[in-house]
Each structure stands twice: as structure tokens, then as C-alpha cells.
Design a binder for this molecule. Structure first.
Ligand code: GDP
Length: 319
């Protein structure tokens, strides 16, 4: 079983590659829920949705979120009704939020709702929210404390950031199946997702980081930082706010407690050489995921890197 830790955008591109490379029932995806929000009275879980859509072959590649070919009639009507529309929801996407909210109102957990929606959409891989309890990513900015979506979507991540915290994390617990999946995995892959706002909340759930340390499976991460900058979004800004360098060394720092090997872009070959001196294994390849071919290629490379890692661990045990 291959286990992936992920957010929604960079992570979905990587999962798209894995979907082309690994059989569906060999994949378990543990997804960030720190960006979840209540929108128009509905419970929206943007990263869980992106991962579900990509596995169902429904994700819009152009937008990187929402459903391919979706329409926006409801959004337009909400605008006429004077409702906020800064968070865009397409009509087909809306159906998923309505169903999830209905299932939660019936007393189902977020994992149960996620499984039911994923199955109905034909997804055969396991999609696990990191926790069934609410963990909220809060961004402290010069304009005050904002939810992640307010910071990122509503305000275009323009506000200077002081710090990021994960409200509720201390009392959260991993969703059923999360720890088991990590402990029994043959490999764990951390997607090229934002280390602070996508992987940070997952690691903040008590027990998950410890499982990543204890698992026998090799843990590899793909850097979302390429050539010293984020490929997209606020990863650089948020990493700097944590006091981490905005580089592959900063990514290594974020995952230092459990990382066996870091996969970085060919543009970072020199930085990789320096990082290797610290003792970390670093693999250089193309990590820019623009086409289906590039996505599948990176998935294959990541799998061969962890496979080699397993071989190395087994020979070390024999010595
Ligand atoms: P979010 O929940 O939408 O923030 O999604 P993620 O955290 O999964 O994705 C955002 C991260 O993906 C950013 O830090 C980007 O730098 C990274 N990213 C996006 N596209 C690519 C890509 O093609 N290659 C790599 N290596 N990283 C990418």
C-alpha cells in the first residue's frame, strides 16, 4: 500500500500521476482538512474534494480545483441575492457540498461522508481526511487573524504574515485508518504540497508525526519549492514566517523528524549537493507537473526512489 500525505493543488497533480501508475486499490491518500470552511451554510472540504475529483477523473485541470466543465449558475444567483461569492463553487461541485453537509447533519463523520462520496463517484482508492475533528489553519497577518481561505482566496495572500497556527490540533485525533495506513504502508510519499498550510495541519494532529517516525516504510517527500521559490501559492511566504529558508533545505527542515529521502527538481542540483552533506538522501529529477506525461513520470520516479530506499533499509538490517 502506497500512502500519500497531501493538500489540494500540487498534491492533486502528483496524485494524478500516481493514479496513472499504481492500481487504485493500492493507494491511500491522507488529506489536509485545515482549510475546510462553512460556505453558504454548507461544509466544504476543498483539499478532500480536489483529491476525490482527481481520482474520479473529474478535476478541472485548467483551474486546478473544482469539477471539469462545471457551470456557475448558482454562484451567479448568489451574487444577485447579495451573498458573498469570493469563494467560487461550481454547480456540480455544489452537489458534493450539499451531500456532505446532509451526511454530517445525519450524524456521519467526515471520513464516512468522504468514503460515501468517493465511492459514489467511482473512486477505488482510499481517501482519508486527516481527522474527523475540526483543525483550523489560522493565519496571523498584519490585518489580523484570518482563516486560511480568507487569507488565500479572499485576500489573495497579500497580507504580511506573522505566524500560522492550527486551532484545535492539540485535541484532535487522526481519523480512523490514518495511523494503520502509515504503519502498514510499503512507502509513504509526501506530495509537493505547501509544507506549512497543507502538510503542517496533518503533522499537527497528535500521533501522525510519531507514526511517520515509527513506520518501517520509507518516507519520501517531493519538494513544492523549485529553484528557491514556490511553484505557486504562498508556500514561500508561509515557510519564511515559520523561520525556515525558502529552499529545498527549508522543505527538508519541515519534514526533518521523519524524512528518508527528498525528491527535488533538477534546477536545485547545487542546493541538493549541499543538503546531501547534512546526511539526507536527495534525488534530483523534473518535478514540474504540467502534462499527464510529466505527472506519471514523477510518480514512477518517486516509486522507484522509495523502492530503492526499501532495498537499502533491508540490506542495512542484514548487516
Ligand atoms: P493547496 O491545498 O491548494 O494549497 O494545495 P497544495 O498544498 O497541495 O499545493 C500547493 C503547493 O504545490 C505549492 O507550494 C506549490 O509550490 C506546489 N506545486 C504546484 N504545482 C507544482 C508542480 O508542478 N511541481 C511542484 N514540485 N510543486 C508544485
Amino acid at each position: 500500500m502506497i500512502v500519500v500525505l497531501t493538500g489540494g493543488t500540487g498534491g492533486a497533480k502528483f496524485v494524478d500521476g500516481l493514479r496513472q501508475t499504481v492500481s487504485a486499490n493500492e493507494l491511500t491518500i491522507i488529506v489536509n482538512t485545515g482549510d475546510d470552511l462553512e460556505w453558504w451554510g454548507l461544509y466544504v472540504s476543498p483539499d478532500v474534494d480536489s483529491i476525490t475529483y482527481v481520482l474520479a477523473g473529474m478535476l478541472s485541470n485548467e483551474r486546478g480545483w473544482g469539477v471539469k466543465g462545471d457551470t456557475f449558475f448558482c454562484l451567479e444567483t448568489m451574487r444577485k441575492l447579495g451573498q458573498p461569492i469570493w469563494f467560487h463553487v461550481g454547480d456540480r461541485d455544489l452537489a458534493v457540498h450539499v451531500l456532505r453537509s446532509k451526511l454530517l447533519a445525519q450524524g456521519k463523520t467526515l471520513s464516512e461522508a468522504t468514503t460515501e462520496i468517493a465511492r459514489s463517484l467511482g473512486v477505488q482508492s482510499r481517501v482519508l481526511p486527516m481527522s474527523n475533528l475540526r483543525v483550523e489553519t489560522r493565519v496571523d497577518t498584519s490585518a489580523g487573524e484570518l482563516s486560511f481561505q480568507e487569507y488565500f482566496v479572499q485576500r489573495w495572500y497579500q497580507d504580511p504574515v506573522n505566524s500560522v497556527r492550527f486551532a484545535g490540533a492539540a485535541h484532535a485525533e487522526p481519523a480512523p485508518g490514518v495511523i494503520d495506513a502509515i504503519m502498514s504502508a510499503s512507502a509513504v510519499l509526501v506530495a509537493p504540497s505547501n509544507p506549512v498550510s497543507s502538510i503542517g495541519p496533518i503533522l499537527a494532529v497528535p500521533g501522525i508525526k510519531e507514526a511517520l517516525q515509527r513506520t518501517k516504510a520509507p518516507v519520501a517527500a517531493i519538494s513544492p519549492i523549485v529553484g528557491g521559490a514556490a511553484v505557486s501559492g504562498p508556500a514561500g511566504i508561509l515557510m519564511a514566517a515559520q523561520g525556515w529558508p525558502v529552499s529545498i533545505a527549508g522543505v527538508a527542515r519541515a519534514y526533518k523528524d521523519f524524512l528518508d529521502v527528498l525528491i527535488v527538481d533538477g534546477r536545485d542540483t547545487q542546493a541538493a549537493e549541499e543538503l546531501r552533506r547534512s546526511g539526507l538522501r536527495v534525488h534530483c529529477t523534473n518535478t514540474l507537473l504540467r502534462t499527464a506525461g510529466e505527472k506519471a513520470e514523477l510518480a514512477r520516479t518517486a516509486l522507484s526512489v522509495v523502492h530503492r530506499e526499501t532495498g537499502m533499509q533491508q540490506s542495512a538490517q542484514k548487516l
